[in-house]
Design a protein around this ligand. Sequence first.
Ligand code: ADP
Ligand code: ZN
Ligand code: ZN
Length: 661
Amino acid sequence: MTIARVALPVALDRSFDYWAPEGLALTRGSIVRVQLARRSIIGVVVAVTSESAVTRELLQPIDEVVSLPPLPDDVLALCEFVAGYYQQPLGMALGLAVPPLGVRRALRARAETAEPPPPIAETPLNDDQKAAVDAIRAAAGTFAAFLLQGVTGSGKTDVFLAAAGTAIARGGQVLLLVPEINLTPQLEARVHNALPRAQAVTLHSGLSDGERRAHWNAASTGAAQFVLGTRLAVFCTLPRLALVVVDEEHDTSYKQQDGVHYHARDVAVWRARSRNIPIVLSSATPSLESFARTRAERYRRLLLPRRADPRAKLPRISLVPNRGEGARDGISGPLWHAIGACLARGEQALVFVNRRGYAPSLKCSACGWQADCPRCSARLTMHRDPPGMQCHHCGHQEALSRACPKCGNVDLLPQGYGTQRLERTLTQAFPHARIMRVDRDSTRTKGAFAAMRTQVAEQAIDLLVGTQMLAKGHDFPRLTLVGVLGADNALYSADFRATERLAALLTQVGGRAGRADLAGAVIVQTDFPAHPVFTALETHDYDRFASDLLLEREAAQLPPVTHAALLLAEAHRRADVDAFLHHAHAAACALVEKSTDAVTVYSPVPAVLARRAGFERGQLVVQSANRANLQRFVARWREALVAPPGKRVRVSLDIDPASFC
Ligand code: ADP
Ligand code: ZN
Ligand code: ZN
């Protein structure tokens, strides 16, 4: 009898045996439907054998082989790597490679309806771009990792699209990963423009299940030559994959934080190596991980030091104090003045603040009470549109507080500035300006973001107020002024990557200004103008900043100099969290004593957000200078953790965590 060993997307480190009814064509990689605990679920066959440790009577049959191509060896190997490296059950990792099967029949892949590509005349590549394209082309058919590092507007996109064109002309497929769905429409347009004859499909969570399955199909049969997708697309079956590109490689949204933890950039590099093909990581502000690897000559760096459009200059940067002369409603005097002047010239301005809502907190002017989330150790954010108090950690909502529950005082003061408050302030100050707010609240409906972009491009908007949604990749020629508020918040953060992220964010937002013939200016409000992150921005010298930061990480023994794993425990009772982490800590220390692998085990501590959605949270970090040591250690440690003594504890292990908080 034929037995199929099936990996199922459940949180167990084992696969399940099923018998195959006569006539079912099964191979390793087949996608099948089976019963588990009387539920019908989709799994992947990891082995076909003739024996099972389970007695015949207890075995269940395979219900159906799904009519999709089986996952090929390279995708199976990729998922095995992810399961092993990130310490996740194999069935969960394989689940990432299976397209959605909610619909019975896939839609036919149709030509994507992107916005009509702007009629751009082919611009010949400049010398820096040509050199970069040549290097990537020359690496065809071998593994090579390139870091394409170019200032904002230097034409990185044209470089990787030119290299993609060659790969496709030679019969290959190209995978382009982008950090966000919002970036896909405009890139799609540029892809169609640059590669008019190639069939391109997108893969992201904004598609319906039917569309996603159709696009996956087109990619997995090789019909689609170009696949543009968000992090999940890294697992897509691509039989003729010849080039991988990771755009904005530093972006934190490549790290999946829940479910299966993985970093799509790192998984992409692994995939390129296993397929023996080149990979291009593109950024104006590379992650310290990639930066360090170019230093170690493991990645080759391709530099684009100038903006591609010869008319476009890098923007002028000014650092101004938050308060001081002329400051009002969170906006400094010089910024007020610059916005007024920009609008008077008929150009566009953007005010950036990384906080949605009206104000990050609400405080009683009499007794100092502040509105807290009942389920988290965090303040509630005040919203005006629609009015209410919201927790940005757990989603809790309540009515706007009218009076202080402690002393009855009705004089409650909003603290700090969110996008809604700035929108109101600016509307009052510039009643004739056409103002638009862009944040997660204002772009919730489908198509809202695209509509915003069209309006800005058509100059139906004078002034934008928004969060980091606006920071990336958008090209608005008449946008000449960018004001940045709240940048100092990152400097107070407990996250060791906060300044690295701030540098990337500021460079990105600043990069929105003056991309064409009009000169751009960036005004950053800060009370710490001497901080290296601002110096880097002022001098446009990211390398210097990154080198210094790398030295700091070295001194503090933090990633990427060391490798880390973070164990997070959550439970309703603090005592259960503590008991579990105590047990985990003791187990880790015992392992370290027995082994020669140099691993450091830190003491358990409460998480920075000590309570979230009613769960008490605690964590424990382990680290090693050697990745392989850490891997071996974590694998053994996990075995020791299987039976937590404190019941009802939710545990997750995060390898290469984005932060320790
Ligand atoms: P990046 O991705 O590096 O921020 P883009 O690829 O978006 O930059 O390019 C910025 C702008 O410069 C785009 O409008 C692009 O069409 C234009 N551009 C690219 N290469 C050239 C070139 N060689 N000459 C003139 N303009 C160019
Ligand atoms: Zn009060
Ligand atoms: Zn909450």
